[in-house]
Design a binder for this molecule. Structure first.
Ligand code: BES
Ligand code: MN
Ligand code: MN
Length: 455
């Protein structure tokens, strides 16, 4: 009955999603402020059409949060669905095969910025809700909280969560914003890394200099910055910041073994990325390196002359953006402080450095022994005919830890994307199969969660 409804409404589901994908809701760029709001309005309208009551845009200091709820019976369990309608910037634009905000289907995949992260995944919940309403099958109360600043660090969410504490009361948080192992092997994410994001600026002389007249005698900020960045990691892929690993929880041998049991094909991984070899912390597998080990990466670096031809210049300044992915129990505030102290301490006298902290996020682990997790397992078993494997993802969703701390709520990370969906990259895409089976699995989750709570 449900499968058939999904099949017969597939075209409409997709065209509704496409309309959302056409709105360039890039939260990082103020140029798109009006579009971000437009996307929020669209989500609100679609929630209302699906039958959610009291849907409103809640204003924040930044982009609005869409909040709505359908309370069928206060004695029934409540699912709080979280997602985000904002997207990452689309550039570099020239690397897209089709325009990022003109969704296009190729090979049964939807190509567009936000197709997977997170518009496509978030929209599955609205359609699952529509199905439950249409078939009179709604068995849980449902709340929707869809934000517009996830991709820029959710800075205004803590205030909202505090103010809306009562309205946010629920039994579980349900999020689809992570990856599956594959369409042949379902998985549920049980761990996310945290984040500490820094920007550094190195200044040499008080102005750009002729690189012949002064070169060799005055510090070149680009050379110095490059050296400083390189020194942050040793030849074994260890971060050299003193204290960086102090609160990292090591996994037991059994936990490591379980983690590495997940199907993973290293040669396929390398082939898909076009690399001859992987590189990372010595003594750990690729799954461990992304799932349970912290790391440090330069995300951007600039300075000096980058225009056409050659300009012989010794620049006055050089800058870089550096991210650190964190694991339990590293605290982003502590790591930010350790980084700042260390980075300043390694600067030679010949330059000045400035360190700025951008957003951060706590790492999170979610339980596998909860009723909600078990309901998710049952949903996968019913729809996929296979038990999902618990996995740890390398990305970050800072609100998972926030929800736990502020509301005492556990999250189920029921993601349907694939790591190969090119999130944050050109040609981001989302499989139509993933979208449709995701809707079906979410519908099944509602059923199993209600049943588990009435046991
Ligand atoms: N959905 C992603 C996080 C993600 C992707 C988790 C794939 C697991 C698998 C989310 O939108 C994201 O990109 N988060 C940011 C963090 C944020 C603070 C900017 C990230 O991980 O860089
Ligand atoms: Mn996301
Ligand atoms: Mn993202």
């Amino acid at each position: 009955m449900i499968k058939q409804y999904i099949t017969s409404h597939k075209d409409r589901f997709l065209s509704e999603l496409f309309e959302l994908l056409r709105i360039p809701s890039v939260s990082a760029d103020s140029k798109y402020k009006a579009d971000v709001r437009k996307a929020a309005e669209y989500v609100k309208e679609k929630l209302q059409e699906a039958g959610v009551d009291k849907v409103a845009l809640v204003e924040t200091k930044g982009h609005p949060i869409v909040f709505g709820e359908k309370i069928i019976d206060p004695s029934k369990p409540t699912i709080l669905v979280y997602g985000h309608y904002d997207v990452q910037p689309a550039d570099p634009l020239e690397l897209w095969n089709t325009p990022p905000f003109e969704p296009t289907v190729r090979d049964e995949k939807i190509y567009a910025r936000g197709a997977c992260d997170d518009k496509g995944q978030m929209y599955m919940h609205i359609k699952a809700f529509e199905i439950l309403m249409k078939h009179n099958l709604l068995s849980c109360n449902v709340k929707f909280m869809i934000e517009g600043e996830e991709e820029v660090g959710s800075d205004n969410l803590p205030v909202f969560v505090k103010e809306y504490r009562d309205q946010l009361k629920a039994d579980v948080i349900l999020i689809s914003d992570t990856s599956l192992i594959s369409l042949n092997q379902p998985s549920i994410t049980v761990g996310l890394r945290g984040l500490s994001y820094m920007e550094v600026e190195v200044t040499g002389a008080n102005r750009d200099l002729h690189s012949g007249v002064y070169g060799g005698a005055v510090a070149n900020p680009i050379n110095v910055l490059a050296q400083m960045i390189t020194s942050l990691m040793d030849e074994n892929g260890h971060v050299t910041i003193p204290g960086f690993y102090d609160s990292v929880k090591d996994l037991s041998a059994a936990e490591r073994e379980a983690l590495n049991k997940a199907p993973f094909d290293l040669s396929e991984y390398k082939k898909e990325l076009g690399i001859e070899d992987v590189r990372g912390e010595k003594g750990y597998t690729t799954l461990e390196r992304t799932g349970v080990r912290p790391t440090l990466d330069c995300n951007g670096i600039w300075g000096g002359y980058t225009g056409e031809g050659a300009k012989t210049v010794l620049p006055s300044k050089a800058s870089a953006k550096i991210s650190m992915r964190l694991v339990p129990d590293q605290d982003p505030n502590v790591i930010t402080e350790l980084f700042t102290k260390h980075f300043i301490s390694i600067a030679p006298q010949s330059v000045k450095v400035k360190v700025i902290a951008h957003h951060g996020g706590q790492p999170a682990v979610t339980p596998t022994d909860s009723k909600a997790y078990q309901a998710a397992e049952k949903a996968f078993e019913e729809v996929w005919g296979k038990s999902p494997i618990p996995t740890r993802d390398g990305g970050s969703i800072p609100i998972v830890a926030l929800f736990k701390k502020e509301l005492g709520l556990d999250t189920v990370l029921m993601g349907f994307g694939l790591d190969s969906d090119a999130l944050h990259s050109p040609n981001e895409h989302y499989g139509i199969k993933n979208f449709l089976i995701g809707i079906e699995t979410i519908v099944a989750f509602h059923k199993h969660f209600a049943a588990s709570k009435s046991e």
